[in-house]
Structures are given as structure tokens and as C-alpha cells.
Design a protein around this ligand. Structure first.
Ligand code: GRG
Length: 303
């Protein structure tokens, strides 16, 4: 087993492999209308950190201790990126966040119109379940594929990410406590990461106890990621405006820095990352190094 390449190199390699697989997601024999395909591929190929597929593939290797699993886990890694991409397309719509740009490019509805953007999101969401099923053709046992599908429906669906988005919309303006904010982020952000790490661990042959421990790792990691995202929103914006960053956060959006200030938010990211790694240690994985590297990398990220 060799885990000597740097985390940046690892993420670069995984990103290239995932992007190649994503590029083959809609072969012509499936007969997808050209404009719909173009709209789906526009957002799937718009870049992004590919963090969820990286977590998934790393978790599979961490449990199993070998790289050959990457091929079997790849359709599931593509599935989670399809779900993530659909959520971003829908989140950017005028009825939700009404954003014109995403990842430095025009949002899907700005290029293809609202109706096609909704359908591109619908197409990606549905195709994710087709992608998961393809893992069965690559040697993943049928009962594992079934468990992964079921996890995906729950963690990305109404009890998970979709529910978090609904709670966010319903609570807009009215969120006043950390508990409410945490409830939303555990669903909007952590649940897809819990899916990623758990699905990878399932492909790697994890035990029930290991699944619980890696799930807890991802839950904490997702929260840390979201708090860091909130911090970067503030420091990034202020940097863009050329203003000095201070902890007197008075922006409208209710975020961690808004509720507890920048300094405490930074300490929270560190504490959650530590707790995530403690949970991971309880999983007794064969080679957890990559997952630890990703957690540390996310804590230090600046974008
Ligand atoms: C519309 C059903 C539905 C859900 C939307 C994902 C989401 C829920 C909303 C997007 C806004 C947001 C703050 C989500 C929290 C998760 C998050 C920080 C997403 C961005 O993930 P990155 O940074 O994105 O991994 P890239 O572009 O790198 O892929």
C-alpha cells in the first residue's frame, strides 16, 4: 500500500478519474435529448472540488486497504456528484437563491432557461440511482448496492439534504439559535458527506460498527466544512471589497460567524475536525490516512 503522494496530488488524480467517468455518464445509446444532455453536462463539467467522490473513494480504500476498489466504487462516486450538482442547479434557481454565477460560470438557468435547468436537475437526480445500480456490474454485491441506494434516498432526500433545504427556506429570517443552524447544516451539508463516506465504506466491506464510526466522522466533517464555508464567505467577501476582516460580523445572513463571531467559528472548525478524527479512529480502518489528510486539508482550505 502506498499513501506517500501528497493530499493535493491525490485529490488531483481522483478528480481527473472522476471527471473522466462523469464524461461517460450519458452515452448516446441512452437516447437523451441533446439540449437536456448539454444542460446536465454543462453543470457536471463545470469544475468544483469533487470532494464527495474523493471522500467516497478514500473511504472504500481506507476500509479495504487497496486501490483496485476505485473502479468498483466509481459509479457510486459519480452518483454522489450528480446529486450534488443537481442540488446546486436547483439551489441557484430564481425560486431559491436566484444566483447568476456558480463556480465562476453562469448558472444553469442563465444559460439554458429555468425549465431546462429544472429538468437538468431532475435528470441528474434520477440518473444517480441508475449509476449506483451500475456498481453491481463491477463486482459490488447486490445487497451492498441495495443498501447504498436506500442510504442515498434517505440522506439526499426529504429526511436529509432536501429536508435541510426546506428547513432553511422555512426558517429564513427567523433563525436565531445555533441549534437551528446546526439542524439545517447537518442535513444540507453533512448528510451527503455521510452518504459518501458510508457508501465508500460499504463498497470496501465495512462492518456495522465501522459504518457507524465513519458516519460520525462525516457528520462532524460536514459541519466543520460548513462552518469553514461560512467563515470564507465573510473573509472572502471582505477581502474582495478591500475591507479589513474583523470579528464584528454584521451581515444579514444568519451564519456561524454571525451568531458566534469569526474567532469562535474558527475554533469550532478545529474542534469539529478533531472530533471527526476521533470518530474515525474508533472505526479501526486498515488505512485511514487519506481520510485524515482530507479532514486536515478541509480545515486549512481557503476556497
Ligand atoms: C435544492 C434540494 C436542494 C438542495 C440544495 C446544496 C444545497 C442544498 C444548497 C447549496 C448552498 C449550500 C450552502 C449548500 C451547503 C453545502 C455546500 C457548502 C455546497 C457547496 O459544496 P462545495 O464547496 O461545492 O463542495 P463545489 O463547487 O466545490 O462542488
Amino acid at each position: 500500500m502506498s499513501v506517500s503522494i501528497s493530499i493535493k496530488e491525490y485529490l488531483k488524480t481522483v478528480t481527473a478519474e472522476v471527471e473522466e467517468a462523469l464524461g461517460n455518464s450519458f452515452p448516446s445509446e441512452l437516447g437523451v435529448p441533446a439540449t437536456l444532455r448539454e444542460a446536465m453536462m454543462y453543470s457536471l463539467e463545470a469544475g468544483g472540488k469533487r470532494l464527495r467522490p474523493a471522500l467516497l473513494l478514500s473511504a472504500a480504500e481506507a476500509v479495504h486497504g487497496s486501490k483496485p476498489l476505485r473502479q468498483a466504487a466509481m459509479p457510486v462516486a459519480c452518483a454522489v456528484e450528480m446529486i450534488h450538482t443537481y442540488s446546486l442547479i436547483h439551489d441557484d434557481l430564481p425560486a431559491m437563491d436566484n444566483d447568476d454565477y456558480r463556480r465562476g460560470k453562469l448558472t444553469n438557468h442563465k444559460v439554458f432557461g429555468e425549465a431546462m435547468a429544472i429538468l437538468a436537475g431532475d435528470g441528474l437526480l434520477t440518473h444517480a440511482f441508475y449509476a449506483v445500480a451500475q456498481a453491481a456490474k463491477l463486482g459490488v454485491p447486490a445487497e451492498t448496492v441495495l443498501a447504498i441506494s436506500s442510504d442515498l434516498a434517505l440522506l439526499a432526500g426529504a429526511p436529509g439534504m432536501v429536508g435541510g433545504q426546506a428547513a432553511d427556506i422555512l426558517g429564513e429570517q427567523g433563525i436565531t439559535s445555533l441549534a437551528e443552524l446546526e439542524y439545517i447544516h447537518l442535513r444540507k451539508t453533512s448528510d451527503l458527506m455521510v452518504f459518501s463516506v458510508t457508501a465508500g465504506a460499504r463498497v470496501g466491506g465495512a462492518s456495522a460498527a465501522q459504518l457507524t464510526a465513519v458516519g460520525e466522522f462525516a457528520r462532524k466533517l460536514g459541519l466543520a466544512f460548513q462552518v469553514q464555508d461560512d467563515i470564507l464567505d465573510v473573509t472572502g467577501d471582505e477581502a474582495k471589497l478591500g475591507k479589513p476582516v474583523n470579528s464584528d460580523v454584521d451581515q444579514q445572513k444568519v451564519t456561524y460567524p454571525y451568531l458566534i463571531g469569526l474567532e469562535e467559528s474558527t475554533a469550532l472548525v478545529q474542534r469539529l475536525t478533531l472530533e471527526a478524527k476521533e470518530a474515525l479512529a474508533r472505526a479501526n480502518l486498515t488505512s485511514p490516512e487519506r481520510l485524515i489528510d482530507i479532514a486536515d486539508y478541509l480545515m486549512r482550505r481557503d476556497h
